[in-house]
Ligand binder design. Structure first.
Ligand SMILES: NC(=O)C1=CN([C@@H]2O[C@H](COP(=O)(O)OP(=O)(O)OC[C@H]3O[C@@H](n4cnc5c(N)ncnc54)[C@H](O)[C@@H]3O)[C@@H](O)[C@H]2O)C=CC1
Ligand SMILES: O=C(O)C1=N[C@H](C(=O)O)C[C@H](O)C1
Length: 269
């Protein structure tokens, strides 16, 4: 059993952290090396299973990333941009595969992750589900087939604890639509509408954000033309779809060289 790839989960107490821990514990293809929380967090020093309110699992919650990463083959990281950038450098040092689900990065964060990927295998995606990655391919195809007579809008809905907007998935879908149209998303993105905005600019890709309750994650890509509308939709009803995708990415990355990959690579789409 010990030659199974060893996995570290960051953000142990988080919504995704706990789902990832359960997914690795249930897997017969990976073993849980440990989990990470920030310095001073009440879970640090406790058995992971007990901290989660269940039975002992024999692996601990730590606040020492480098020590943990050095004993692992992969790090699965759904935390926050600042933390992920720090973990990227440490995972590279430990030569562990770094699976990044965190969203909300700035350009400067992404530059640091790219630097780490010179030394380690990084798989990063704003959404690890099979469904959303298929939806991206469909979005690209529909955007390529339709001209600018069809206005493209990306609409996303998430729970009331989400801190970044628009979602990483919405940005990925916007990028797929822009790629289909042969334009740069930065040139056509319309993220803020309030007051007298003027009429919609032809060719823009608009974003709308809903936050409420316990919505796991819902994304629509709307192509609105004269007399008809096409809506491509994905609804996540359970976070396990993200966790299963992330574990798949960690295993897929084991025989890859340094570089940046995404879920389209992992899923072979
Ligand atoms: N790519 C994907 O498929 C998905 C991505 N996400 C993303 O994953 C991230 C986490 O989401 P949730 O689990 O819902 O959030 P959460 O708030 O429930 O958990 C965040 C975890 O990160 C830790 N953390 C936050 N800042 C930290 C720091 N500076 N240093 C160390 N640890 C830190 C917290 O202690 C906590 O354990 C978000 O960016 C979210 O958008 C969420 C679901 C799916
Ligand atoms: O924060 C979340 O919850 C989610 N974040 C990801 C995103 O920003 O797209 C993926 C998923 O929709 C859930």
């Amino acid at each position: 059993m010990t030659d199974l790839p060893g996995i570290v989960i960051t953000g142990a107490s988080g919504r995704m952290g706990q789902m990832l821990i359960r997914t690795v514990l249930e897997s017969d293809r990976a073993r849980l090396v440990g989990a990470l929380e920030r310095l001073g967090h009440e879970w640090v020093g406790r058995d992971i299973g007990e901290a989660m309110g269940g039975a002992r699992v024999g692996a601990m919650v730590s606040d020492d990333p480098l020590e943990l990463f050095a004993r692992a083959q992969a790090v699965i990281d759904f935390t926050a941009p600042e933390a992920t950038v720090e973990y990227a450098a440490l995972a590279a040092q430990a030569r562990a595969v770094h699976v990044i689900g965190t969203t909300g990065f700035s350009e400067s964060h992404l530059t640091k992750i790219a630097a780490a990927a010179h030394h380690s295998t990084v798989v990063r995606a704003g959404n690890m589900s099979l469904g959303v990655n298929l939806l991206m391919q469909l979005t690209k195809k529909v955007a390529a087939a339709l001209d600018e007579d069809y206005d493209i809008e990306v609409i996303e809905a998430h729970h009331n604890r989400k801190v970044d907007a628009p979602s990483g998935t919405a940005v990925m879908l916007g990028e797929a639509a822009a790629e289909g149209r042969g334009v740069r998303l930065d040139d056509v993105s319309d993220r803020a509408r309030d007051g007298i905005t003027g009429a919609r600019k032809r060719g823009d890709i608009g974003f709308s954000v809903i936050r409420g309750g316990d919505i796991v994650g819902e994304h629509d890509v709307l192509f609105a033309g004269a007399g008809e509308r096409i809506v491509l939709r994905h609804v996540a009803s359970d976070r396990s779809v993200f966790a299963r995708g992330a574990l798949r990415a960690a295993l897929w990355g084991q025989d890859k060289g340094p570089g940046q990959y995404d879920m389209v690579d992992v899923l072979g789409l």
